[in-house]
Design a protein around this ligand. Sequence first.
Ligand SMILES: NC(=O)c1ccc[n+]([C@@H]2O[C@H](COP(=O)([O-])OP(=O)(O)OC[C@H]3O[C@@H](n4cnc5c(N)ncnc54)[C@H](O)[C@@H]3O)[C@@H](O)[C@H]2O)c1
Length: 254
Amino acid sequence: MRDLDGNAYIVTGAGSGIGEATTVSLVRSGAKVVAADIDEDALAALTEHVADKTKLTTVQFDLADEASIIDLVDRAKRDHGRIDGVVNAAADLSQATMSRDCDLADMDAALWASVLQVNLIGTGIIIREVVPHLREANGGSIVNISSAAAWLGEAVRPAYAASKIGLHAMTRHVARAWGRQNIRCNCIAPGMVLSQTGSALMTRQYQDDMLAAICLPDLGQPDDIAAGILFLLSEEARWITGQVIPIDGGLIYK
Ligand SMILES: NC(=O)c1ccc[n+]([C@@H]2O[C@H](COP(=O)([O-])OP(=O)(O)OC[C@H]3O[C@@H](n4cnc5c(N)ncnc54)[C@H](O)[C@@H]3O)[C@@H](O)[C@H]2O)c1
């Protein structure tokens, strides 16, 4: 499948859900992956799901910590000798961030600062660190993961939605800034995906509401998003950049 054989990618949030599904699919496609997550136990469990362990390096890191992001990218270059792209799937999806209660916590400055630091600024730092290596490889592909929640104002706290909208702006900026060096940058905006965290955070009622809002008969699985990510990493997507692409089962009333 595709032309990813021998390439090397960093995947953040690889311990769970979309990042995990992406890592497993990339390795299955012959790519080497530096799988990064804050959760060491989740990374250990991921190793069990990967068939060819020689293609996998796991790195514990914290997207809120600049030094740990720099170490992650250095490690990826050291281990694989090249970096062909990065998938930015890690995000702060804690209960406090994802709460649907509309209350004064929506305007909690500490919450805004920590959510933006992890979901937006941390992702920007990874891109800053990775771009020189992509230039060295004469190009590459960056895939950011935002959310349909960027459009659905009422669904989650505004800090989360703002962090995801910010990724759209960053995606377009990066595409413009380094497109001539053949570095592509796109963003996938998933709808409701039944990852472990996605399922745990959403009430049955919310899942029913989301199902009613989409065209297709069921909610998404992490593999549905991973398929889009692999396409955007591949040469088949060589003329696609600067785009925000919804993969959401047809959530057409955004
Ligand atoms: N599941 C959904 O319905 C859904 C919908 C829209 C968008 N998304 C987005 O998709 C991406 C993946 O979500 P998922 O559902 O697979 O979630 P998930 O919780 O299964 O995976 C997220 C991973 O990020 C890691 N992480 C959290 N904070 C981190 C930090 N500071 N540093 C490093 N790693 C950290 C977690 O440990 C976890 O393994 C996220 O960006 C999320 O916002 C998910």
